[in-house]
Design a binder for this molecule. Sequence first.
Ligand code: GTP
Ligand code: MG
Length: 462
Amino acid sequence: MLFKTPLGEHLNRSLDRQVKLAVTGLSRSGKTVFITSIVHQLLHGLQNTHLPFFQIVNSGRLRGTKAMPQPDMHIPSFRYDVAIEQLCGDPPIWPQATNGISEIRLAIRYKSKNPLLKHISPINTLYVDIIDYPGEWLLDLPLLELSYEEWSKQIATACELEPRLSLSEKWRGFLDTLDPLGEIDETAMRQAAILYTDFLHECKDYGLSLLQPGRFTMPGDDLKGAPLLEFCPLLKIPEKMHYDPCLFTEMKKRYEYYKEYVVKKFYHEHFSSFDRQIVLADVLRAFNTGYSTFIDMRNAINMVLKSFHYGKTGVINKLFGGLKIDKILFAATKADHVTPEQLPHLELFLKNMLSNSRNNVIYDGVQTETLAIAAVKCTQAAYTTVQGERIPCIKGMPIKGTQPVALFPGEVPTEVQIPEEWVEGRFHFIAFKPPRLANIHGSGLPHIRLDRVLEFLLGDKF
Ligand SMILES: Nc1nc2c(ncn2[C@@H]2O[C@H](COP(=O)(O)OP(=O)(O)OP(=O)(O)O)[C@@H](O)[C@H]2O)c(=O)[nH]1
Ligand SMILES: [Mg+2]
């Protein structure tokens, strides 16, 4: 039986009948594909031969999984059906970038192994709730701890260095024509916001991750064109303030409004009560694009994780209370882009890259694991012979091609390299099309280590 009132939801969770899983990852890190594949693996659990490390399947105690009506009726449902149809279509395609929030609830029925429960309630149900959202919105979380002045200062410092120095030229040039203590001019504020948004889009195209506020690059259907988004940081914060309304006070007011009504609302509704978390990071993309984009991505992930901070001092706990997370999985996604013997390297690299965040989490008593995963395995491991030497490679259909390619994408370092070692052309992690599969409804999608993911995140609940 599942209780449906707020108190009941709390009871379900304390009775281990419900798990809220937070899937955390920057934009394009692989959240939607991960959720789709996890749902597909669970729905096909009974026939699934691809989940050897997921004990509930392996031990034959799984009775089946169904998608259920979700608990929050006001949130759109996660369109698993659409995503799986695209992934398994002919030709298979990846789902679109996410532009809003959605939710799915799964009911997993299983035979209890607890000797006492076995007699009272031989078949039990675990409810798993997962939400999907645009990765861009994740970077709004750190704003909750920053005043407008502090945030403006951070952006000003970032714009002193390349590549932001050049990319921000137009926006900075326009700000130079404005007087922060001058009159409020709606047209000028709108123009400043447009130029700042253009700058963020250029940063995104360049491969940078730390783009704030998140709604500027991904407003979602609810805020597209809303005046709420007509503000931006100011590079010169006035030292002497007067109390009359001016451009500076108006920008500050809108920034605070954005935090209060957009950011806090989102985090309060969706991230203030979850039990387990998976942090997805597309490390390989950064290898391709270079040192500065890698550092930017690392800073962005660490900044987000610092805001989640699981002890009492974390912003979510300070604002909303009650965050009782006990397990976090750090996952390097798209691991099918590397040859199999490189997977331990990828895991070690991710561990080193996020070592500060991991240490803090472990200190707070949270159990962690680090894995290299592929939600949908698009390549096959193979070997090629070059000048008499047998070299491992991967084979797959490139995203922009019609013929499969075989390549050695490069050796994954285990430590963060110094900038000079980050030479162009060292890595060839190309994007692949999803695989064409004959019998998609017969068993789960091909993957790398999703069974370990499921075992770590859910295994102890059965
Ligand atoms: N080869 C491979 N590519 C993947 C995998 N997962 C994701 N991708 C690639 O990464 C892209 C982004 O994946 P999504 O799941 O849409 O990323 P997201 O985190 O939901 O992105 P936003 O919705 O923009 O926040 C996909 O379009 C694929 O090209 C995987 O397991 N293997
Ligand atoms: Mg998505």
